[in-house]
Structures are given as C-alpha cells and as structure tokens.
Write a protein that binds this ligand. Structure first.
Ligand SMILES: Nc1nc2c(ncn2[C@@H]2O[C@H](COP(=O)(O)OP(=O)(O)OP(=O)(O)O)[C@@H](O)[C@H]2O)c(=O)[nH]1
Ligand SMILES: [Mg+2]
Ligand SMILES: [Zn+2]
Length: 308
C-alpha cells in the first residue's frame, strides 16, 4: 500500500495510507535514496510504499520512497557537512517572522528565501505578533512589505493573539501543502491552533516570549486542514544553513538579480568589484534594494567553496 509521511521521530514514521488509516512505520535494511546524503532518509511529506507488519499494532515496513516533486533541506545543526531534509512534496513554504519578541533579522529571511528559490518552492512571509508592534516596528513592516512584494514575495501582517489578518493567510493555505518555518517562539503552533482549534498543539505556555529560545515543537508534523490542504508545523530554527550552493549561482536565487545578470559585462560576475556589473548599477539606481544586496554579500561571504 501507499501512504504519506505525517511525522518522523527518528526511527519511526507516522504514515497515513490512502484510506486514511495511520500506521507506525519503519525502514528495514539499507535504503538508498537519490544521491542526497542526509541525516534523515525520509521526511515529512514523502510518499512511500509500505507493507503491513502487524495489523493489531498498526505497524508497517517502508519498502520504497516515491520520487519527490521537491524538498527543502538545510545544514544539519550538529554536522555541518550533513543535510537535513525539512520536508518534501510542498506547494509552498511560509516563513513566520516577528519584529519583536523575538526579532527575525532580514538576513535570516533572505537566507530562507534563497533556499526556497533553490528548491523551486514558492515562498511567502507572515509577520506575527502585530499586537506588540509600535510605530518603529510598523514602519519597518511597511518597508519590508514593499521590498519583498516588489520582487514577488507576498507578505502578511497578523496577530495570532488578537486574531487579526488570519483570513488572508487561511486563504493562502487553502488546498495547498504548506511548510511553516521560522525561529522558535514566533507563534507557528499558536497560529495553527487558531485556524484548527481541535488540534490543541502545544505552545510556549508563558505569556509572550521567554527569550530562552526553548523549542516547544520538537518534531515536524503535518496536519490535514479542515478547510482543505495540509500544513507542516516545524520546530523553530536558529539559523538557516544553506547547502550545495556555489558563489557563482547565488545571484540566480535573488529574483531581482536573476533578471539582470545577463547584462553584466562578465558572465562569471559575482557582482562585487567587477567592471560593467549590471547588479551594482541597479543598486546604485535604487532599482535593487541595498539591504537585499547586503544580504547577498553576506551570504556570498559565508559560502565555502570546495577547493580542488
Ligand atoms: N503577543 C503575542 N504573542 C503571541 C502571538 N502569537 C503567539 N504568541 C506567543 O508566543 C509564544 C510562542 O508561541 P508558539 O506558538 O509556541 O511558537 P512556535 O513558533 O511554535 O515555537 P517553537 O515550537 O519553539 O518553534 C507563546 O507564548 C504564544 O502565546 C501574537 O500574535 N502576539
Ligand atoms: Mg511550535
Ligand atoms: Zn555583476
């Protein structure tokens, strides 16, 4: 039988088959998947074939993983040279960000967007905790909204606490498979509880953000939404380590740069000091936002090229 992975806790996977039955499944033997070396061979969202192990205990053995439409991965937080697949077969990826308690940096948002571009997953950014924003944060949100929408990323302003702006995000999620990511404490699970109260997901119990960055959600898990579609809640991440990215290709993952790189004088231009660079010119003319260019330079600096 065939099923979809809803949760992975290491060696066991929660898999739902086409009839809606849930099994505890595991892999037996060595399992080779694609050419990816990841710390987790099977991720939430994966479609798998399995054989029933024990009908009473609802256990099954995964025998095959079907090819992925796409996936999002990042550097394993523990082993830098290993990948960790966050989820597979997505329609979109939504970053939860906050401008206060905790503050999500623009650098983090841009790294996340680069990852989504690399994997061809459409991305949107939801800014939560609007109830905590004062003039300064409200202005910052407007700047960010303008900056991101100009280059094709939708942004939303919501308050899970005051239940404002929720309908627009609900609409975005309807009938889609969506990944929710972001720092710990930004309100991902609280948001899911608002749109699907019967779930009663565990959220940080203190009122507001403790500042300790403790993870309340510990494993990624997918849920069927009552209004159609699926959502994947994930544990908060501190950093977004990009994998398999070369300096040369980075600008392809900035949509506002991608459309201009053919105008650079040199086809291997890194858009730093090269003469006749169309990107630097566009930054000077304010056609490309300087803050996005700074993010580009920071990511470029962080890429370690393999030396041959
Ligand atoms: N003021 C305010 N607090 C919020 C809002 N949304 C969530 N919170 C609070 O923020 C804290 C963290 O919320 P969670 O939903 O647990 O955050 P999370 O993103 O799921 O965190 P992890 O599971 O650790 O990744 C909780 O105490 C929530 O009550 C909001 O819109 N405004
Ligand atoms: Mg959570
Ligand atoms: Zn250039």
């Amino acid at each position: 039988m065939q099923g979809v992975v809803y949760k992975s806790t290491g060696s066991w996977y929660t898999v739902k088959n086409q009839a809606g039955h849930i099994y505890n499944a595991r892999i037996k033997g060595i399992f080779k998947i694609d050419e990816i070396t990841s710390t987790n061979p099977i991720a939430v969202g994966d479609k798998v074939k399995m054989e029933l192990e024990n009908e009473i205990e609802n256990t099954a053995t995964i025998t095959e993983i079907l090819s992925r439409k796409n996936y999002v991965n990042r550097q394993s937080p523990r082993q830098k040279h290993q990948h960790h697949i966050i989820a597979a077969n997505l329609d979109q990826s939504i970053l939860f960000a906050t401008l206060k308690e905790p503050r999500t940096s623009q650098g983090f948002i841009d790294r996340f967007l680069v990852a989504c571009e690399m994997f061809h997953v459409p991305a949107a950014v939801v800014f939560n905790k609007a109830d905590l924003y004062r003039k300064k944060e409200e202005q910052r949100y407007e700047e960010l909204k303008q900056m991101y929408e100009q280059i094709g990323y939708k942004t939303f302003l919501v308050s899970v606490e005051k239940q404002t702006g929720i309908e627009e995000v609900k609409e975005l999620l309807t009938s889609k498979i969506s990944l929710l990511s972001g720092h710990s404490g930004v309100g991902k699970s609280s948001f899911i509880n608002i749109i699907y109260p019967e779930l009663s997901l565990k959220t940080q119990d203190v009122s507001g953000w403790s500042g300790k960055g403790l993870h309340t959600t510990t494993f990624a898990e997918m849920y069927d939404l009552p209004f159609g579609g699926k959502i994947i809640d994930t544990p908060g991440m501190r950093e977004f380590g990009l994998v398999d990215l070369s300096k040369q290709e980075l600008s392809h993952y900035f949509p506002e740069m991608r459309e201009r790189i053919n105008d650079c004088q040199f086809n291997n231009c890194l858009h730093i000091n090269e003469p006749g660079c169309a990107i630097k010119k566009a930054v000077e003319n304010e056609e490309i936002n300087i803050d996005r260019y700074v993010s580009y330079c920071n990511i470029l600096d962080s890429i370690e090229e393999t030396k041959y």
